[in-house]
Design a protein around this ligand. Structure first.
Ligand code: PEP
Length: 262
């Protein structure tokens, strides 16, 4: 069950990476997979700067049906080839129970997006897959609802679950969502599951990603997931929040200082 005090770690199949252990783990990459060239160039840029996990959406749950919806299966193939070339494990979103096996063949970790946090058939399907799961907090979910969603995955026998705080909807509209940093120590006091933070999707603003990322490290998160794009202004998805590689490098430099201080 997720309500247990001693902390657990989630290890990624292809490698040396443990989330929830002593290391602070950074996942980075484009919001959406747009082409193999851009994905590969972004992977090379983030790994050089200390990211250990590559993010990238092949299936994008966009607010508008007219926005770029992702490359689908060809995007999964690009992720698969890129992880083999670089040796970086990947995390990508799965939208439907029927896609779980296909996505699990091409990616190391399955992401459940905020909008699907209470899609119970999907939670059970990723639970049955046995694959590590990144469970984002729903945009209007309480901590208890979020942990209950995690429990659906655990109840299928899959304990490889990492939680991701990605902001909740409040009356404040100067940021896309309000990053609930207090949820990090609250969840850690209730549950053994590792918690990472997404300052990109929560703020929707390049200028806020670094300060929020540093704050997440200071409140005890186990890692971050960050949108980075080699041609950030041209990103097809959420360009306003995508860091350029140099901005990511600056964040990673400051992160080291915070992590040695806490
Ligand atoms: C994402 O990480 O690509 C994403 C869509 O995030 P969220 O589900 O948190 O909005």
């Amino acid at each position: 069950r997720c309500y247990r005090s001693e902390s657990s770690t989630v290890t990624l199949e292809r490698g040396r990476i443990a989330i929830g252990g002593n290391e602070f783990v950074v996942a980075a990459g484009p919001c959406a997979v747009e082409s193999e060239e851009l994905l590969g160039a972004t992977a090379d840029a983030v790994v050089q700067r200390g990211a250990v996990l590559l993010r990238g959406g092949a299936f994008k749950p966009r607010t508008s049906p007219y926005s770029f919806q992702g490359l689908g299966e060809s995007g999964l193939d690009m992720l698969d080839r890129t992880r083999h070339r670089t040796g970086m494990p990947t995390v990508t979103e799965v939208l439907e129970p029927s896609q779980v096996d296909r996505v699990a063949r091409s990616s190391d970790m399955l992401q459940i997006g905020a909008r699907n946090m209470q899609n119970f058939p999907l939670l059970k399907a990723v639970g049955r897959s046995g694959r590590p799961v990144l469970l984002k907090r729903g945009i209007s979910a309480t901590v208890e609802e979020w942990l209950s969603a995690a429990e659906y995955i655990l109840s299928e026998g899959n304990f490889q679950v990492v939680l991701c705080e990605r902001g909740i909807r409040t009356y404040e509209n100067s940021t896309r969502f309000t990053l609930d940093l207090s949820a990090v120590p609250v969840v850690k006091s209730l549950s053994h599951l590792p918690v990472i933070v997404d300052p990109s999707h929560s703020s929707g603003r390049v200028d806020l990603v670094k300060p929020l990322a540093l704050a997440a490290a200071a409140v005890g998160a186990d890692g971050l997931i960050i949108d980075v794009h080699v041609d950030s202004r041209e990103a097809l998805c959420d360009a306003n929040q995508a860091l350029a590689p140099e901005q990511f490098a600056s964040l990673m430099g400051s992160l080291d200082r915070i992590l040695t201080a806490v």
